[in-house]
Write a protein that binds this ligand. Structure first.
Ligand code: ZN
Length: 281
């Protein structure tokens, strides 16, 4: 199943994408359904009811896509691809390197990335497989941890390298407004299959800059969820960004950073593509 959040004539709404088009989902009585996150916070019975109650008439096909959900928490993982660690010249972490992005950085799959030149001159791209948590998870063993996944989406973990490395810790450089494009859809695990065999790519102005596969992850999705859930409780609507492969602009020779007018396309196989134009804030 592919779920999207759309701008339905000024009101956010959740729709399921089928070959016949997008069909709006209705909330059970008394519940609002403004995004996929609202769906995840319903009781299991109400969630099932909402998912089974798609409107038979297609929703407008030209409706703008919004971020599929406003995450509760964004947990992010650094240095999780062998090919990326090689280009950074850093040592591979002995355990997952966990950081966070503020949720205020989230924008939709076709929204602008806004660059404030007074804050950063080193904005960089990072295509990532994003895991959407569907149930409360605490101290999950690795063998059970994929049961906590509701679905997968695409994130661009846009990073202001000058702030990320200049601040001594990462949260500000990772959290500028518009620095987390998310979407275009949340795709359920039955359609994705093995999350460790997905191609992921970034194009900037049409030129391929990142081209890898989730098979390159050092700590696979199941291990990341287990590790995180032993440290803090994961809840429905939390999102884990699982790290980025080689090809970031900061590690090119010479380095290449985003500038106003650039078009960044980040793509994960089986999910879709984010297309974000960079604008001066
Ligand atoms: Zn990242």
């Amino acid at each position: 199943m592919r779920l999207v959040t759309i701008d339905n004539q000024g009101e956010p709404a959740v729709a399921v994408e089928r070959e016949s088009g997008r069909h709006l989902l209705s909330a059970p009585a008394g519940a609002g359904l403004g995004d996929v996150g609202d769906l995840l916070r319903l009781s299991p019975a109400d969630r099932e009811q909402a998912l089974g109650a798609a409107h038979p008439e297609p929703a407008p096909s030209d409706a703008r896509l919004l971020a599929p959900l406003q995450p509760r928490n964004i947990v992010a993982i650094g240095l999780n691809y062998a090919d990326h660690i090689k280009e950074t010249g850093m040592d591979a972490p002995q355990r997952p390197l966990v950081f966070s992005k503020l949720t205020s950085s989230v924008v939709g799959p076709s929204d602008e990335i806004q660059l404030d030149g007074s804050l950063t001159s080193q904005a960089d791209w990072e295509v990532e497989l994003a895991v959407v948590i569907g149930r409360t998870a605490r101290r999950l063993p690795r063998e059970q941890s994929l049961d906590a996944v509701f679905g997968y989406t695409v994130a661009n973990d846009v990073s202001a390298r000058d702030l990320q490395f200049g601040d001594g810790q990462w949260i500000r450089g990772k959290s500028l407004d518009t620095f987390c494009p998310l979407g275009p859809a949340v795709v359920t695990p039955d359609e994705i299959g093995d999350p460790q065999h997905l191609a992921l790519r970034t194009r900037v102005n049409g030129a391929l800059v990142q081209d890898s596969n989730t098979a390159e992850m050092i700590f696979p999705v199941a291990e990341l969820i287990s590790f995180c859930s032993h440290s803090f409780t994961l809840r429905p609507g939390d999102v884990i960004l699982t790290g980025t492969p080689w090809g970031c602009g900061a590690f090119m020779d010479p380095p290449r950073f985003l500038a106003p007018g650039d078009v960044v396309e980040t793509q994960v196989e089986g999910i879709g593509t984010l297309r974000n134009v960079v604008r001066a804030a």
